[in-house]
Design a protein around this ligand. Structure first.
Ligand code: PAF
Length: 279
């Protein structure tokens, strides 16, 4: 696996590959890689000739400075995992490399109402930061296909919108959430859970399953209230429990004919976890 730290070197390498007719798959990450990320790499390898993974803990998407400081950094182990997974290229830039203009300011993306609800409402500025870094990475890598995980459901919708806004030609491929044996969605933040918290964290999965099993009920308000109550009883501090249209993310309170998604964001100790289920 080639490791590039400078954008210009990566660009030169990828320009050559493109001229040689290779299709490029891209998996953007913030590192602390787990099976979910490696599944994205494996899927990218199945679909494209050359797979690029980036590891960059993007400061502009952290609305909580403590979350940024505590974000796990495991570059050596990540590099070994990517090599074993068969990834071809790792891009490992510094903050100065990605933000030569500085962190303040930057473009504003019109994500519309998508940015005003759920994660957008609870993490002000988060999706602008995601948009800014994903836009930069896409301009650099110019992938044919971009692979992202369904666990970050709203982020996938934001990136889809980013592709529309910028007109960048990458095709977004959303891959299913990879789960631990007890149902907990794999996440880089899971390593920050204490053993007791880790054992209790599966409750998010149980609560999402509970909602999907009861989705035929006429009124979702009591369902959401019960799901919230269960999370609180398990020691979580929920930011939201929501049921939404899976195409638009508009909240819904009654059964509908289309696909729905149940979404949860909740803190356990000082670790904030998110998860969702589409049905
Ligand atoms: O999902 C993530 O890990 C990040 O939000 C991403 C897409 C790599 C942008 O920093």
């Amino acid at each position: 696996m080639y490791v590039f730290k400078h954008a210009a070197d990566l660009k030169a390498y990828l320009d050559n590959a493109r001229t040689a007719g290779k299709s490029i798959g891209f998996v953007p990450t913030m590192g602390a890689l787990h099976e979910g990320h490696l599944q994205l790499v494996t899927t990218a390898l199945e679909h494209t000739d050359l797979v690029v993974c980036s590891i960059f803990v993007n400061p502009t998407q952290f609305n909580d400075p403590k979350d940024f400081e505590k974000y796990p950094i495991t570059v050596e182990a990540d590099t070994a995992k990517l090599t074993d997974a068969g990834c071809h290229v790792l891009f490992l830039p510094s903050v100065a490399e990605m933000y030569p203009e500085g962190l303040a300011g930057g473009p504003h993306y019109d994500f519309g109402y998508l940015e005003t609800l759920l994660e957008g409402a609870h993490r002000p500025g988060h999706f602008q930061g995601v948009g800014r870094i994903v836009h930069k990475l896409l301009q650099l890598v110019m992938p044919d296909q971009l692979f992202m995980g369904q666990k970050d459901f709203q982020q996938c919708m934001i990136v889809k919108r980013l592709l529309e806004i910028t007109g960048l030609p990458a095709q977004l491929v959303i891959c299913p959430t990879k789960r631990e044996a007890d149902g907990l969605a794999m996440s880089s933040r899971n390593v920050r859970l204490s053993p007791t918290e880790r054992a209790g964290a599966t409750l998010i999965y149980k609560v999402l399953s509970y909602i999907t099993e009861h989705h035929a009920e006429a009124d979702y308000a009591p369902l959401i209230a019960e799901a919230t109550r269960r999370l609180e009883a398990g020691g979580f501090v929920p930011d939201y429990v929501a049921i939404a249209d899976a195409e638009t993310l508009q909240p819904i309170f009654h059964p509908t004919s289309g696909k729905q998604v149940a979404l949860v964001a909740a803190k356990l100790g000082d670790v904030r976890l998110i998860d969702n289920m589409v049905y």
